[in-house]
Design a protein around this ligand. Structure first.
Ligand code: MRU
Length: 359
């Protein structure tokens, strides 16, 4: 943007400030926001100014720093407040557990500085990890494209929600694969599911693809089955918020019906994610995990900009009918063709995942 490369979260050492791209303002406004306190970090996660499993984790690590900067004795309180912000993405717990372990024996005069260093390292590691996911996934997509009978046509990829640079510190997971494929010069077209009700596909994925100059088309979620059934998709690839030890993939609501339609049409369905998204304490989807339910207003209201460029919010439906706004679903491992990680592409089953457990 404006000749500068941004990450979705970063630290400005000259002014001792943690900054984010405010994703609740995209795509109409590109705004940078400073997180000055633990309360502001929690609010940013809850209000989805930062969102996407890996980014939520890294923001929590910076949130711990902000808390300790004010009060070096606040580690326990910071961890429990941050943990309560969103329930489904396991990267939040992963990041907080690691941060708490790293700081457990740190003296109070150095704990804030150590927390900051730890958060910065976690952010750098996330970006490197996502780039590796992109690299491994691009080899997979390259193979699919070479196997296409008509290589003159672009590889048709369908994605759901936003698993892009905005959902991580940089690169993304599913979109990292797409960015790498595009960089290699392979012809590519991306179908972007709108992703009701928060519209992360329409608002964020399209924004990222537009900026990267990648050909794409936005479709409503319920059109995914149609394009799959007409042979207009070669591969589906999404991110994930939590993967079970058996390979079941929890992701944004609507992923499960997408995977079903993909299987029915013999189109491979992949999930791309860092190992930090695998919850080795979640044996399989037979044991339920917390699925976030968000406010009814996200379904009943719509907001955007009006003809005069001003922001407007409109009520689409009365809330007189009860609304359930489930934010995630779980796709069984049997519908997942493979999992793209920073270590390579693996099968979605307990054996393959167990090999990553020690990593
Ligand atoms: O509710 P969100 O926007 O945080 O949900 C995000 C997703 O479901 C992403 O697909 C997932 O976190 C993977 S992001 C690399």
């Amino acid at each position: 943007m404006e000749g500068r490369e941004y990450r979705s979260i970063w630290y400005e050492p000259a002014v001792d400030q943690v900054r984010i791209i405010d994703q609740a303002r995209l795509p109409h406004h590109f705004e940078i926001r400073t997180l000055a306190t633990l309360t502001e970090a929690c609010e940013a996660i809850r209000a989805m100014r930062v969102r996407g499993a890996p980014l939520i984790g890294v923001t929590a690590a910076f949130g711990v720093y902000l808390a300790l900067r004010e009060n070096p004795a606040a580690l326990g309180e910071a961890v429990s407040q941050l943990q309560a912000t969103r329930p489904t993405a396991v990267n939040l717990r992963w990041a907080l557990d690691r941060t708490a372990r790293a700081l457990a024996r740190e003296p109070s005069d150095s704990i804030a500085a150590r927390a900051l260093q730890f958060a910065i390292e976690m952010a750098d590691a996330d970006s490197a990890c996502c780039e590796a996911i992109g690299e491994h996934g691009s080899l997979l997509l390259e193979r699919l494209w070479r196997g296409k009978t008509n290589q003159g046509h672009p590889l048709q990829v369908l994605t759901h929600c936003n698993a892009g640079a905005l959902a991580t510190v940089g690169w993304g997971t599913a979109l990292a694969v797409i960015f790498k494929v595009a960089k290699k010069g392979m012809p590519l077209h991306v179908w972007v599911d709108e992703t009701r009700p928060r519209n992360q596909g329409a608002a964020l994925t399209c924004w990222e693809l537009r900026r990267a100059g990648i050909e794409h088309s936005l479709i409503v979620d319920s059109a995914a089955g149609h394009v799959l059934s007409r042979g207009m998709v070669d591969v589906c690839i999404t991110g994930s918020d939590r993967v079970s030890a058996a390979g079941d993939v929890c992701n944004k609501i609507g992923t499960y019906p997408l995977a079903l339609a993909a299987r029915d049409n013999q189109v491979p369905f992949y999930a791309a994610l860092p190992v930090s998204t695998i919850d080795f304490d979640w044996p399989s989807m037979e044991s339920p995990i917390p699925i976030e339910e968000r406010g009814a207003g996200e379904v009943s209201m719509a907001s955007g900009i009006g003809a005069d460029g001003g922001e407007i919010a409109i009520r689409q439906y009365p809330e007189s009918s009860p609304i359930r706004n489930f934010a995630f679903d779980v796709t069984p491992a049997r519908l997942v063709s493979g999992i793209v990680t920073e270590h390579g592409v693996i099968d979605a089953n307990g054996e393959s995942l167990a090999e990553l457990a020690g990593g």
